[in-house]
Design a binder for this molecule. Structure first.
Ligand code: ATP
Ligand code: MG
Length: 719
């Protein structure tokens, strides 16, 4: 059999990894060295050459998107659909296992996944119910407390605390939150992992079954696994299964969320794998690679590696310091426009930033310039309010005891059910161990609600019942469509929001129907006996928790640095490279977190294939306040010889508090020849004002005379 195509496009070290004969393997290598590629080829190799059944392979990647891509790539390599192959995220895989063993782990068949937004609301609800001070127990912080304990495998009983201490309160919230989840059949992300680990740990028969099944376990991005995930890997590996693990300690960027880079060392200790290092980078130019290597060199305690490339030296890294964030956005989008004008595709370009809020300014300019774009890591489709509303109706159709869904839509659209009524229902439910739906029915029957509220609540219950009946034998798309129509969500939003917002929501709901229509139930879900609806709901919840980009549309990609992991783009912008923003203020004081920020910078830089821009702004507005900041220390860590500073004709002098640029600075004087991105060439004819008020009048050759705000004009001085 000719299997050469599986090895053709691999270097020696990669080939060695793909074809390894015995034992466990650890591929430890830097960015762009082909780790993911090796993992994909390994799967194909095992199936084709070793005739390993796809059913006995388990491959874990970081996101559902990466999993989809991996499946596609394996399929193309083998020229067939690798059905039965389990490829997914840890969460996705655990979800699948729990569906098959719901009863054994004490979950109802209809259990639902609680995404992090739902979880936040629920935690807040519990804190309020306990009449605790939200200032003392901020819901976000408590949510973090619960998740980090779960991720370490700890139930409330296993957390040490002194009576009546602050910690004791937190533990109590955790316990009550957990009770609520159990009653309502809700499972948060960490719970997916924890229940699965408990199942395999406590049930020798199940453990034996899955250990027999998965002879090969392959894991990408291993450096960002957490304690539970590693525990799961150990349970599944047992004594005889083979692990194939790839990762890069320099790209561990989820420490703040419980990931443990020590897992690499633990893996080494526990499994004594053969270690293969890949040192050739195939992604970036020599300049980009060297710059990234030099930045990451500032971290201590690295496993250390030598990454090189045969690629070209390439262009210098371009550095641009903007006067303010608006100018930064103008600059970035103008460069993207240049790229497109020169025949590049919008989707070649990625703008990466540290925090979600930074996307807005870029979006504004992209919209104005009519360049298609997509934002990731912000509110994704399944996180939008109207989508979550519709999904809550679907969840209630699927499981009338889903209390989180019930609370979300009992008064959405508004039907005159106030907070007091809901509190009454909640109280009754708690006292009688019922779901909110059951409690409402009972209260109505007993006359336990004020007449008006009772009538409204009855209308709501009827609506759900009606939907259940109407959709009994309907397809998924028909069901979603019925929900959108009968819930009257669209009209409700129209009545309370400006037309354009309501219109966008309507479009999104229509998109949801389309999504349902084109939804293909994953083969594995079908095998696991899941209904199409259950698959759809789970997928939506899993995707809402995921912040990874998809690249299927030809549009500019905006995303946080965290979401960019594993991806590559010809043209990359690292925006907002300022002290306090990146590295983030919170991490500056802690050496450990500063090192993680630097790794994030390394991840960002190494996404770039051909051209890399690094930009920062001297001032930016946050919460209505103007903040001035210095360029990020990471910029200074890039050797000067690799950088070309871009100075527009006018460059603001470093802003001083209350000061700002003076029109006469930077050579922009009367009579100076200048160029504007839109208006072309012209001559400065007038200057006035100071600081943010500085204005400039230019007589453009074709566009005529214009007054421009200097700070935003982005004028280039023509030599
Ligand atoms: P990251 O650390 O960012 O996840 P990685 O190590 O997983 O990167 P890949 O994404 O697998 O790297 O590969 C980077 C790029 O290099 C891809 O475009 C891949 O197709 C290409 N590549 C990898 N190995 C080779 C090779 N031997 N020949 C040609 N191209 C290669
Ligand atoms: Mg990779």
């Amino acid at each position: 059999m000719d299997v050469s195509h599986l090895l053709d496009d691999l270097n020696d070290a990669q080939r060695q990894a793909v074809t390894a004969e015995d034992g466990h393997l650890l591929v430890l290598a830097g960015a762009g060295s082909g780790k993911t590629r090796v993992l994909v080829h390994r799967i194909a190799w095992l199936i084709q050459v070793h005739h390993v059944s796809p059913m006995s392979l388990l491959a874990v990647t970081f996101t559902n998107k990466a999993a989809g891509e991996m499946r596609g790539r394996v399929g193309r390599l083998l020229n067939l659909r690798p059905d039965g192959l389990w490829i997914g995220t840890f969460h996705g895989i655990c979800h699948r296992l729990l569906r098959m063993h719901a009863a054994e782990v004490g979950l109802p068949d209809t259990f639902q996944i609680l995404d992090s937004e739902d979880q936040y609301r629920l935690v807040r609800r519990v804190i309020r119910d306990m009449e605790l001070d939200e200032g003392e127990h901020p819901p976000r912080q408590v949510q973090g407390f619960i998740n980090s304990h779960k991720e370490e495998g700890r139930r409330p009983k296993q957390i040490e605390h002194f009576d009546r201490s602050f910690q004791a309160r937190q533990v109590e919230i955790y316990q009550r939150y957990q009770d609520y989840c159990e009653r309502s059949g809700l499972v948060d992300f960490a719970e997916l992992l924890l229940r699965t680990v408990e199942l395999l740990r406590d049930r020798p028969d199940r453990r034996a079954h899955y250990q027999d099944r998965f002879g090969h376990i392959l894991i990408d991005e291993f450096q960002d696994t957490n304690t539970l995930q590693y525990a799961l890997v150990r349970l599944l590996a047992g004594e005889k299964n083979r692990l194939f693990v790839v990762g890069d300690d320099d790209q561990s960027i989820y420490g703040w969320r419980g990931a443990r880079v020590e897992n690499v060392a633990h893996f080494n200790r526990d499994f004594q794998p053969e270690i293969i290092r890949l040192e050739q980078n195939y992604r970036s130019t020599r300049t980009i690679l060297e710059a990234a290597n030099r930045v990451i060199d500032h971290n201590d305690d690295r496993m250390g590696k030598n990454l090189w490339t045969e690629g070209e030296q390439g262009e210098p890294i371009r550095l641009f310091g903007a006067y303010n964030a608006e100018e930064e956005a103008e600059f970035v989008i103008a460069r993207i426009q240049d790229w497109i004008n020169q025949g590049g595709r919008p989707s070649d370009a990625a703008v990466l930033y540290r925090s979600n809020a930074q996307s807005r300014l870029f979006e504004q300019v992209l919209l104005r310039e009519d360049i298609p774009y997509r934002v990731y890591g912000g509110l994704r489709f399944f996180e939008r309010a109207e989508i979550k509303d519709a999904m809550a109706y679907l969840r209630l159709i699927h499981n009338p005891h889903d209390d989180t869904a019930f609370e979300r839509v009992i008064n959405v659209p508004a039907r005159g059910i106030g907070e007091q009524t809901v509190a009454r229902i909640r109280e009754h439910a708690r006292a009688h161990g019922q779901s909110l739906g059951q409690a409402t029915t009972e209260l109505i029957a007993q006359g336990g609600l004020p007449p008006r509220a009772a009538r409204s609540a009855a209308v709501f219950l009827q609506l759900i019942e009606q939907l259940v009946k109407a959709t009994e034998s309907a397809s998924l798309a028909e069901t979603v469509s019925a929900v959108v129509r009968q819930s009257e969500l669209v009209a409700w939003y129209q009545g309370r929001e400006p037309a354009d917002r309501a219109e966008a929501r309507e479009e999104n709901l229509a998109e949801l129907v389309r999504a349902a229509d084109s939804f293909h139930q994953p083969f594995e879900d079908e095998q696991a006996g899941l209904s199409v609806m259950a698959s759809f709901l789970s997928q939506a919840a899993l995707e809402a928790g995921e912040h990874q980009a998809e690249r299927w549309e030809d549009c500019v990609q905006l995303m946080t640095l965290h979401s960019a992991k594993g991806l590559e783009f010809p043209l990359v912008f690292l925006a907002g490279m300022e002290e306090g923003l990146f590295p983030h203020q919170k991490s500056i004081e802690e050496p450990g977190r500063l090192a993680e920020e630097r790794r994030l910078c390394y991840v960002g830089m190494t996404r770039a294939m051909q051209r890399l821009y690094v930009t920062h702004a001297e001032s930016r507005q946050t919460y209505g306040q103007t903040n001035f900041s210095r360029p990020s220390r990471f910029i200074a860590e890039i050797p000067d010889s690799l950088v070309e500073s871009i100075r527009p004709g006018f460059r603001a002098s470093p802003a001083t508090a209350g000061g700002g640029p003076r029109p006469e600075s930077g050579g922009l004087r009367l009579g100076a020849p200048v160029r504007h991105a839109k208006f072309g060439f012209g001559t400065v004819v007038s200057l006035e004002g100071q600081g943010p008020n500085a204005r400039i009048q230019v007589n453009f050759e074709s566009a005529g005379s214009k007054w421009l705000v200097l700070a935003y004009a982005n004028l280039e001085l023509v030599a």
